[in-house]
Design a protein. Structure first.
Lengths: 342, 342
DNA sequence: GTTTTATGTGCAAACGTTTGTATTTTTGTA
DNA sequence: TACAAAAATACAAACGTTTGCACATAAAAC
C-alpha cells in the first residue's frame, strides 16, 4: 500500500525532491519546463501530497479546530456549515469536537485540538464553563481563538455575536405595542452573555414603556420545551402574566403548549415571542413570532476572522463583531397586524 | 512560541527521547520508576504530544474523515454528533467536509480527506453522484469507507441504512387502514437507494391491499417544502388523490400547506404521512405522522463499524446493517385513532 | 565464578515534506 | 572568449515522533 511521494517523482524525472517540492508549490525558482514535467508526472503517478508531513515540516497545519456544545443543535450545525463553506475554498480543513455543555469535556476537546496542532480554533463555550483558563492558554500558546455566540471577554481574540440586546428589545417592544403589559421572561442561565444581553434588552424595553419590572416573572433556567411548559403553566395559573418573551424557541413552544392547555387564545389572550427562529417556528400553529439569529452569517464571519488572523493580516485582539438580528412577526403575538414579517 | 517536545523531557531527565516515547506510550520495556518520572516531568512542563509528527512516523493517523451532503441538515447533524460521540472516547478525531450535493465537490472532499491521511471515511454520497470511482478508489488505496443512509453497493465496505422499505410500507399501510385509497407519493430522485426503497415499500403496500398503482400520482423530485406544495396543489386541484405519502417531512409540510390552502380538512378529507420525523413534525398543526430515521443510532453504528475495520478486527466488506424504523402516528393521518404514537 | 537470561536503556534511521545555502548551468555583456 | 550576473537545481538539515536493533546492567541458573 505504498503511496507515491515527491521522491518517486524526483527519481522518475532525475531531479531532486526539493525541486519537485518547489515545482508543486509554484515556486518561481524553478523553470517553467520542469514545473510542467513535475506536474505531469505527478498527475501520471497519481501523486497526493502528504499533508501530515507538510504540516510537520512547516510547523503549522491547515486544519482549523471547531468546538461547539452540540453539533446537532440547529443553530450550531448552521454555523459549522457556514464555517466549512468559507474554510474549504481557502484550503483549510475542519476538525470538529463537541463539549456537550460540560466544562470538562470542553477542556479535553481544546487539548485534542491543540495536540492536533490546529492553526486556530472557532468556538462557542459550554453553558457551565466558569473558568476560561484553558481557552486563554490556547490563545497564549499561539493558537488563535475566535469565539462566537457564547463568548467570554477575558479570552483574547475576536468575538462574533448577535445583537442580543436589540433583538430582545425589539421583541418586548413589539409585545408592548400589541398591548401586553405583564410580560414574563423565560431564559437560560444569565451568567452567559447571550441571556444576559437579552435580559438587558427586556428590561430596557419595559423601562422605556414605564412598565414595572417584576422579578417574579423572570424565570431563569427555563430554556427547554419542558421547563418552558411548566413555568408557563405555573405563571398562567397564578394569573401573573399576559405574554411571554422566551430566550429560545423551544421554551416558547412549551409556553404555547401550556397556554393552549389552559384554553387561552393566542394571541388574543396571551402573546408569545421566541428567540432563534428555529425551523419549526414558521410551521407551528400558531406560527411563532421570533428573533432570528443569523447562524450562517455568524459562521462566515467567524471563519473569515480566523483566516485573517492565521494568515497574519490581523492580530484581531478584542474585536467584537455584532451581527444585527431581525424580528419575524407572526401569529403568536400579533394582535394588531401592523407589522410585516415572514 | 517553542513547544515542549519529548526531547525536552529527555534532556531534563537525562535519558533519551526513545525512552520518553516508550514511557509515555506505556511500553512495558521501560521501568516503572522512569515511567513515573517521565510522566511527572511531562506534566510539569506541560507537554502535549505532537500528533502530526506521531502520525507521520506511524504512517497512520487517528483522524477519521466524514463527508455528508450538508452539515446543517437535521438528519446529518445528528449522525455527525453521534459519530463524534463514539469516536472521541476511542481517541479518534473527526475531520468534516460537505459535498453540497455535488459530485464534483464530493470528489474534491474525498481528495482532501485522502491527503490528510485519514484512517477511514464515513460518508453519505451526494444526490447527483453517478460515478462512484472516487469512492471505490479510496477504499482500494487503503482508506476504508463506511457508507450510511445514501449508499452504493459497488463501493466496498459496510453500509448502514434505515429500513426504508418497511418504513414506507408501514406508512402506506397505515394510510390504507385509515381508509385512504388514492395515495400520492412525493419523493426524491429514485436513483438513490433511500427513495428507491421507499417507493418499493409504497408499491408493495398498495399491491397488498389490491389498490391500483397510478404512475401519475408518483411524483419524483418533490422533496422540498416548495415542490411539495406545488405538486400537492396540482394533484388536489385535479381531484386525483386523498392522501400523500411523502419521502420527506419538508415535502409533507408543503403538502399540508397546499391542503389547507384549498380548505380541505386534515385528516378528515386528506391524510398526510412524512418521512424523517424532523423536529417540527411534532410541533406542526396538524401534527405530522411520520417515519423516524434513527440518525443517532446510525451514527453510532457507522462509527463503531469503522473503528472495527481500522483496528483490524474486521474487514467488513459488503456488510449491510439495516436499522429498524418506527412510525409515529399523529393527527395528520389518523382518522380512526386506533394506533399509538408520540 | 562464569554463563545465560531478563530487563531496561541508548543509538540511529525513518516517516515525507520544506527551505536555507551551496553549487551548477545558463544567459547576457564586454 | 571570458566573466559576471542571473537562473535553475542540488545538497542537507530539520520538523517530532516511533521503533528495530544493539548494548549494558542486573538477576537467575549452572
Amino acid at each position: 500500500m505504498k503511496r507515491i511521494t515527491i521522491i518517486d517523482i524526483a527519481e522518475a524525472l532525475d531531479v531532486t525532491p526539493s525541486t519537485v517540492s518547489r515545482a508543486l508549490a509554484g515556486n518561481m525558482r524553478v523553470s517553467e519546463v520542469t514545473r510542467l514535467r513535475v506536474h505531469q508526472k505527478a498527475e501520471e503517478l497519481g501523486y497526493q501530497p502528504n499533508i501530515v508531513a507538510s504540516s510537520l515540516r512547516k510547523g503549522r497545519s491547515d486544519t482549523i479546530g471547531m468546538l461547539v456544545p452540540r453539533i446537532n443543535r440547529n443553530f450550531f450545525s448552521h454555523v459549522i456549515s457556514a464555517v466549512e463553506e468559507v474554510l474549504n475554498p481557502s484550503g483549510y480543513n475542519l476538525l470538529i469536537c463537541q463539549s456537550h455543555e460540560r466544562e470538562l469535556k470542553e477542556k479535553q476537546a481544546i487539548n485534542v485540538l491543540f495536540k492536533n496542532r490546529v492553526a486556530g480554533i472557532i468556538m462557542s463555550h459550554s453553558i457551565d464553563t466558569i473558568n476560561f483558563d484553558h481557552i486563554i492558554k490556547c490563545s497564549k500558546e499561539g493558537v488563535p481563538v475566535v469565539q462566537f455566540d457564547r463568548v467570554n471577554k477575558t479570552v483574547p481574540g475576536p468575538r462574533i455575536i448577535n445583537d442580543n440586546f436589540t433583538g430582545a428589545y425589539m421583541a418586548v417592544k413589539h409585545l408592548i405595542r400589541n398591548g401586553y403589559t405583564r410580560i414574563a421572561h423565560l431564559t437560560g442561565l444569565v451568567g452567559v452573555n447571550v441571556y444576559q444581553e437579552r435580559l438587558k434588552g427586556y428590561k430596557y424595553a419595559l423601562d422605556e414603556a414605564s412598565l414595572p419590572l417584576d422579578q417574579s416573572i423572570i424565570i431563569e433556567n427555563a430554556i427547554t420545551k419542558e421547563t418552558g411548559f411548566e413555568h408557563a403553566l405555573n405563571l398562567l395559573k397564578n394569573n401573573k402574566v399576559d405574554a411571554f418573551f422566551c430566550a429560545g424557541d423551544f421554551a416558547a413552544s412549551g409556553a404555547i403548549q401550556a397556554i393552549l392547555t389552559l384554553d387561552y387564545k393566542i394571541p388574543d389572550d396571551i402573546g408569545v415571542v421566541g428567540f432563534a427562529n428555529e425551523p419549526f417556528a414558521d410551521l407551528m400553529a400558531p406560527r411563532l413570532t421570533t428573533v432570528e439569529q443569523n447562524a450562517f452569517d455568524m459562521g462566515v464571519r467567524a471563519a473569515r476572522s480566523l483566516i485573517r488572523i492565521v494568515e497574519g493580516n490581523n492580530p484581531g485582539y478584542g474585536i467584537e463583531e455584532i451581527i444585527p438580528v431581525r424580528l419575524y412577526v407572526r401569529e403568536s403575538s400579533n394582535r394588531i397586524f401592523i407589522e410585516a414579517g415572514t
